[in-house]
Ligand binder design. Structure first.
Ligand code: PLP
Length: 425
């Protein structure tokens, strides 16, 4: 077979795009070269339905070792007793959690998508909102999770599960308070830490495992691994909710979750991606990842400060984690316009609804800005000032193509000092 130049040229084009731009999408990151190398390997050829030691196919002895290693490392990172590394993505991990603990039409409480939540937390467009009865809590007008509203809704509606976690929330969570609310109504607490997991892994944010029954995450955001999902339990438990497996047997929660991933919602696991997860988990266990996590928080705070000094309105006034949400209404800009114009200058971020937004989700009044990717590229606090200035320059000249073009050139030369995959030529 001839090499497929068409596809590989496009991949190289994407590498150049990543090298030349400032990547501020809060959910993105750059994995290490060895994580990518592990992904492009022979376990992709292997069918391994089931779990290590309990597979439906022969020849699984090596992928069993790979998957067991990934599980062991993940358990060590979060000090938990059980983990499943098979979910293909964050959304798949969440689908499995729902399948494990909820029957169709049962009620759960999650953060509203328009207030920073995720599609899988009950959006009407998503399985979570179609199959289950989703009710929502929001944030206060200061932009902080409205725990009083969460409590009032929990008491009034008696949901079976309360989900905490978000895609566009810049503050830490009070997991203890959420658990106290859940205990009053007998609800399960499910924490989806897809965004801040890398910071939680190193003790830089509150630990959800102390208070939440079930925790899921993606592996490709702040955890800086391959695209994928994971589900974890610190302490396995025989579930007090009387949830039964498909055969009608009471089971430990770990067993319900394993069944919900496979055969419940997925077929064969992606063992090459699980190998890459194992590599990234090894990197997270290293002390250098603490340095990385601290730099993320420090960069986010420096960037937030620069934006505030330029008159930008940050939801909640700042950030505890890796991202911030900016309300652009005082600048007479929409999120859509800001995203599109910044894209032309090779500064990548996404438009985002702000709490109580008066514009549609396709337009929005805000942008979400995250620093995990630029921190991986080596940016420090002083570089955040440059980034904020470049963004401000574009946003103040959205109709001036020559300014936008000059910023694009500035971005390209600025990014040359932060090399990306030099080994790839
Ligand atoms: C990103 C994200 C997910 C989904 O992850 P995918 O891998 O894109 O499916 C789930 N929950 C939250 C809170 C997220 O931010």
């Amino acid at each position: 077979m001839q090499k497929d130049n068409l596809v590989f040229e496009l991949i190289n084009k994407e590498l150049e795009r990543q090298r030349n731009g400032i990547e501020l999408i809060a959910s993105e990151n750059f994995t290490s070269l060895q994580v990518m190398q592990a992904m492009g390997t022979v376990p992709t050829n292997k069918y391994a339905e089931g779990y290590p030691g309990k597979r439906y196919y022969g020849g699984c002895e090596v992928v069993d070792e790979i998957e067991s290693l990934a599980i062991d490392r993940l358990k060590k990172i979060f000090n938990c007793s059980w983990a499943n590394v098979q979910p293909h993505s964050g959304a798949s991990a969440n689908a499995a959690v729902f399948l494990a603990v909820m029957k169709p039409h049962e009620k759960f409480l999650g953060l509203d998508l328009s207030m920073g939540g995720h599609l899988t937390h009950g959006s009407p467009a998503n399985f979570s909102g179609k199959i289950y009865n989703a009710i929502h809590y929001g944030v206060t007008k200061e932009g902080i999770i409205d725990y009083d509203q969460m409590e009032a809704k929990a008491k009034a509606e008696k949901p079976k599960m309360i989900i905490c976690g978000a895609s566009a929330y810049s503050r830490d969570w009070d997991y203890k308070r959420i658990r106290a609310i859940a205990d009053k109504v007998g609800a399960i607490v499910f924490a989806d830490i897809a965004h801040p997991a890398g910071l939680i892994a190193k003790g830089l944010l509150n630990d959800p495992f102390d208070h939440c029954h079930i925790v899921s995450s993606t592996t490709h955001k702040t955890l800086r691994g391959p695209r994928g999902g994971i589900i974890m339990l610190r302490n396995d438990f025989e579930n007090p909710w009387g949830i039964k497996d498909p055969k009608g047997n009471l089971r430990m929660m770990s067993s319900l979750l394993d069944l919900a991933v496979f055969p419940g919602s997925q077929g064969g696991p992606l063992e090459h991606v699980i190998a890459a997860k194992a590599v990234s988990f090894g990197e997270i266990l290293d002390d250098s990842f603490t340095t990385y996590g601290k730099q993320i928080i420090s960069n986010a705070q420096a960037l937030a400060k620069s934006f505030v000094s330029k008159g930008y309105n940050l939801i909640s006034g700042g950030t505890d984690n890796h991202l911030m949400l900016i309300d652009l209404r005082n600048k007479n800009l929409t999120g859509k316009k800001a995203q599109e114009t910044l894209d032309k200058a090779h500064i990548t971020l996404n438009k985002n609804a702000v709490p109580f937004d008066d514009k549609s989700p396709f337009v929005t009044s805000g942008i979400r800005v995250g620093v995990p990717a630029v921190t991986t590229r080596g940016m420090k606090e002083n570089d955040m000032e440059t980034v904020a200035s470049l963004i401000d320059k574009v946003l103040m000249h959205t109709e001036n193509d020559s300014v936008i073009l000059s910023v694009k050139e500035e971005v390209k030369s600025f990014m040359k000092q932060f090399s990306l995959y030099p080994e790839l030529g």
